[in-house]
Design a protein around this ligand. Structure first.
Ligand SMILES: O=C1O[C@H](COP(=O)(O)O)[C@@H](O)[C@H](O)[C@H]1O
Length: 231
């Protein structure tokens, strides 16, 4: 099924959030088994169930680099840390983890991560798979509606005025996310239905998730987020 007026964007609809997590985990597992080497993990609460499912799979993590789309400027043991939450459920000990150094602060942290990406990142800085979450306001990674960071170049950026706490964060830029060979937007729950409808309607800088490269984007969403009862 495709979004209205957009033949390329793919929508995978699941009955509920559990099924969405299973579909996301299967998609990542297939990518890893298929040779994907550089993956971007989404932060936030939505993908945690998928990461826990991945942890229970026997996957060839050796040689796989795990990057992040964004991080909050807190230590990894802080409850707001994306890496803290992800690494609490997904071990993938054989993978090479690249947590964003949020504790360095927004500017030094963004610079350090860009340097790490240039050194250890994928050829052409094009990730094999980029997982994205979305907030109810349509933000993805730490790219917020109408925020000036939506329009910056480079690989990474620091934000000091995030409308969602905590205010200081690190994020990949839209250009870095969109350099991915395949992008996934993982969305569950009725609270995100309005923002998801805007994503499906077309690009709009009031809804940063709608600016993800639509020709390579799979929207993986449950029936509640897609605004209706399951069929
Ligand atoms: O702050 C953030 O929010 C989004 C959405 O999070 P969720 O808890 O609603 O799933 C997330 O994708 C981003 O990584 C995170 O830092």
């Amino acid at each position: 099924m495709s979004g209205a007026g957009d033949e390329a964007l793919e929508i995978v609809r699941t009955a509920d959030a559990d099924a969405c997590a299973r579909a996301a985990a299967d998609l990542v597992a297939d990518a890893v088994r298929g040779g994907a080497r550089h993956l971007v993990l989404a932060g936030g609460t939505t993908p945690i169930a998928a990461y826990a499912l991945l942890d229970a799979m026997d996957l060839p993590w050796d040689g796989v680099h795990l990057w992040y789309g964004d991080e909050r400027c807190v230590p990894f043991d802080h409850p707001d840390s994306n890496h803290g939450a992800v690494s609490g459920v997904l071990r993938a000990a054989a993978a090479t983890w690249h947590p964003m150094p949020g504790a360095l602060g927004p500017l030094a942290g963004a610079d350090a991560y860009a340097t790490e990406l240039e050194r250890d990142g994928p050829p052409g800085l094009a990730f094999d798979l980029v997982l994205n979450g979305m907030g109810p306001d349509g933000h993805t990674a730490s790219l917020f509606p109408h925020h000036p960071l939506l329009y910056v170049g480079g690989l990474t950026a620091g934000i000091t005025d995030s409308p969602k706490p905590p205010p200081e964060r690190l994020t990949l830029t839209l250009g870095a996310l969109n350099a991915g060979a395949r992008l996934v937007l993982l969305v569950t729950g009725a609270g995100k239905a309005q923002a998801l409808a805007r994503v499906l309607a077309g690009p709009d800088d009031g809804t940063p998730s709608s600016l993800l490269a639509r020709d390579r984007l799979t929207v993986l969403a449950d029936a509640a987020a897609l605004g209706g009862e399951d069929a």
